[in-house]
Ligand binder design. Structure first.
Ligand code: ARG
Length: 572
């Protein structure tokens, strides 16, 4: 659509004096239904400058716009100037563009030379990977892929929570009640059990807290035994995290977690002091933010220990120096809004103008009402369990619907995981979402399986056509694009044409759901086309034209799925 907007804007500017093509381009809208044309100019936006009523402007444009092969008709309706594209040339243009660019359709060099640092996932060691971390992982991964597609250099960082007083507690608990084999076998669950036990016991025996503090001090001082245990707890946690990342197909460029900044804290504290930002408060140190209506950012505890804020500030300084980012993005749930607002402000007060390049990408909560889990500890749902259940349930659906499918396990994994990913991206990220198997795995609803199934169905049509001896789907040069002038085909074409803009929007708003929503639109328009317009018909011309459309649809849907981190199985 971008090209058409440019074309129409240039024609409008040439038809009427005193108008700027770029400004017109930004005013052009894609109307909600086809009766109002393919592009529409709301002329009230010009009436002040031109001193005419919107309807007068629209009429003048309708009568004076120069002829153009891409434009079939124009109309002036209630102050809108509506442009109807020539259906044949529109079809040919869209298919040609998809054919030319293939899986790069919608990609660009926009971000060339710019680096985007994306801090996402970031679970805590020895604590479970919960649904909030899953959402961060899925959203962060999609943002990573979308930015890369638009030419940015991306650095994905897993800011693991691998430091803090909880390790003192864990070591204490392990020394008292732990068993090496049990930890190796039970993994995070066993570490959690020890951690919970510590808290239970410490209520009656407060001296345990002193032991824990002492162990953490040792750890901070580099004591061999504490370090060895800490490293081991990390390894145990990693095993589980890596299984989850493997299922999701997510990788990182760095997993410098909180501990990575241990030796960079002193410098931060000194700098804050030098800049006159640090204030003592009952032995602790903080940066006051009253002026900005925020609670102070805590920098040093009474015992000299550093805090979550301190680590984030140190990490940001390090990342700026190391990656010289254009933007640094942090993906967490909105419960951390204040945390990020506070330390972004501290960076600004330190005099760094790149504070404005720090972006907190917040997302809503996931509620798991009505979902039953095999393993459930307190309020925490073990995420691996959730993914495995999704895969198993998908496998059952496949077993009943398509028992003869080959590689059922692989497909169940792709669809089961895709379903969970899609659910996380199905709405604006800031919205709370609920998780119900009924919706997540609904092959007919607005779900991941629906998109994947549409793709597989379209691929199967292409395979059938090829098996019937027609060779691969014909290229646009070989078809009569006028045969795609019907409403159903045009709607699919419009959705395909909108794809590049949607990807851009997703990047600008840091909102991967723009892509996932668009995948639903493409799939729905395609399914309507599929039902109304038989593809493998006898008429070779019609068949060729429709096959060409099916093939382009597949290309775009597949690219879109990969941008949000979903796989696209050929058969389901
Ligand atoms: N580990 C934190 C948590 O689980 C998330 C870290 C997010 N990243 C950051 N740089 N603060 O809540």
């Amino acid at each position: 659509m971008r090209e058409y907007k440019q074309t129409v804007a240039a024609l409008v500017a040439s038809a009427m004096e005193g108008l700027d093509a770029a400004a017109i381009e930004s005013m052009l809208e894609v109307p909600p239904n086809a009766e109002m044309g393919d592009l529409s100019l709301p002329c009230f936006k010009l009436s002040k400058a031109l001193r005419q009523s919107p309807q007068q402007i629209a009429e003048r444009l309708a009568s004076s716009l120069p002829q153009h092969p891409s434009i079939a008709e124009t109309k002036a309706v209630s102050g809108y100037f509506n442009v109807f594209l020539d259906k044949r040339s529109f079809a040919a243009d869209v298919l040609r563009a998809v054919e030319r660019d293939g899986e790069r359709f919608g990609a660009s060099e926009l971000g060339k030379g710019k680096t985007i640092v994306i801090d996402f996932s970031s679970p805590n060691i020895a604590k479970p990977f919960h649904v909030g971390h899953l959402r961060s992982t899925v959203i962060g991964n999609a943002l990573y892929r979308i930015h890369r597609f638009l030419g940015f250099d991306c650095v994905g960082i897993n800011h693991l929570g691998d430091w803090g007083t909880q390790f003192g507690k864990l070591i204490t608990a392990y020394k008292l009640w732990g068993d090496e084999r049990q930890v190796e076998e039970g993994e995070i669950e066993e570490l959690m059990r020890l951690y919970v036990k510590f808290h239970d016991e410490a209520e009656a025996r407060p001296e345990l807290e002193d032991d824990a503090r002492a162990w953490f001090v040792k750890l901070e001082q580099g004591d061999e035994e504490s370090l060895r245990l800490w490293r081991w707890f990390k390894e145990i946690s990693y095993k589980e995290f890596n299984r989850i990342y493997g299922l999701l197909g997510v990788t990182f460029d760095s997993d410098a977690g909180e501990s990575f900044y241990n030796d960079k804290m002193g410098a931060v504290v000194d700098e804050l002091k030098e800049k006159g930002l640090l204030e003592e408060d009952q032995g602790a140190y903080l940066v006051r933010l009253d002026e900005y209506n925020m609670a102070p950012a805590l920098i040093l505890k009474k015992d000299g220990g550093t805090l979550y804020h301190t680590r984030d500030i140190a990490a940001a300084l390090y990342r700026k120096k190391t990656y010289d980012f254009d933007k640094a993005i942090y993906v967490t749930d909105y419960a951390q809004n204040l945390h990020f607002a506070q330390w972004f402000k501290v960076i600004e007060l330190m005099g760094y103008d790149w504070a404005k390049r720090l972006v907190h990408v917040a997302f809503g909560r996931v509620s798991l009402e009505g979902v039953r889990f095999a393993t459930r500890k307190g309020n925490v749902v073990l995420l691996e369990d959730l993914l495995r259940q999704s895969i198993d349930k998908t496998r059952e659906i496949i077993d009943s619907k398509n028992p003869s499918l080959e590689n059922k396990d692989e497909v169940a994994l792709q669809v089961g995981v895709g379903a969970v990913i899609f659910n996380d991206l199905s709405n604006n990220r800031i919205k709370d979402i609920s998780f119900s198997w009924k919706d997540v795995l609904n092959f007919e609803g607005e779900s991941g399986p629906y998109v994947q199934y549409t793709y597989a169905r379209a691929r199967s049509v292409l395979r059938k056509a090829e098996a019937a001896g027609g060779g691969p789907a014909p290229s646009v040069a070989e078809i009569d694009a006028a045969l795609l002038a019907n409403a159903e085909a045009q709607q699919v074409l419009k959705e395909l044409a909108a794809f590049p803009d949607k990807v851009m929007q997703a990047m600008e708003k840091l909102e991967p759901s723009v892509v996932s929503r668009h995948l639903i639109d493409i799939a729905q328009s395609f399914n309507r086309f599929y039902h109304e317009c038989p593809i493998l018909v006898d008429d070779p011309g019609l068949r060729a034209a429709r096959l060409a459309l099916v093939r382009s649809m597949c290309t775009v849907l597949r690219t879109g799925m990969s941008l949000i981190g979903m796989q696209s199985p050929e058969r389901i």
